[in-house]
Design a protein around this ligand. Sequence first.
Ligand code: SF4
Ligand code: FES
Length: 245
Amino acid sequence: MPATFLLDGEEVPFESGQTVMQAALAAGHYIPYLCYHPEFKPHGSCKVCIVEVNGRTASSCTMPAQAGMVVATRTDALDAERRTLVQMLFIEGNHFCPSCEQSGNCLLQGVAYELDIKSAELDYLFPNRAVDASHPEILLDFNRCILCELCVRASAEVDGKNVFALSGRGITKHLIVNAESRRLADTDIAVTDKAMDVCPVGVILRKRRGFVVPIGERRFDRKPVSEQVLEDTPRHTTVRHEDST
Ligand code: SF4
Ligand code: FES
């Protein structure tokens, strides 16, 4: 019989080494997240995946699952904290959903809808960030970066190129291109790189493909993020107790 923990009152089985997030998703329980990606080691930067574990707050994407733990995922207090975190991301960048070509494919937008965010409720910072259109096939719109580091990790760990990096600290933290000129055209990035396909928002874009899938027919247009994420996640084959008897 697999080890289990209690998640929102339901028993969830897990395999050794799995995090709370991995076990929850595999068992069909959605927890909002932004910087988590199933193919990369979690590093826990966005904190949107917070849960209560035995009464204490923890990031579910980095918290190892343990037998007998009691986890709450969507209390009013946790969702209120998530809302604030997401609202802060909206005001720190320039996110204009109606004119963004990632609208409907954007995890930030999808999670905002999931959390019933109607407005940022904070003063927008409107940072002055340039767009890098130097590469013939790829556009970088830094205005939408949520600093999840997925492109940094994908480029380094999968592509072996280190095209991207984060620079600065706190409010000055920002994404940079690892070239002396800081221009994407002066890197060896390719459209087939893993780094091209991991951005949860609309920073790294293939040129001339913006509206190939029309608005209204995109991932989170078709289904809310809570359903789409679970549809994308492979299920445990050993989730039910009767399977192991
Ligand atoms: S460009 Fe996208 S993938 Fe890279 S850090 Fe910013 S939001 Fe994350
Ligand atoms: S998804 Fe866990 S900290 Fe970002």
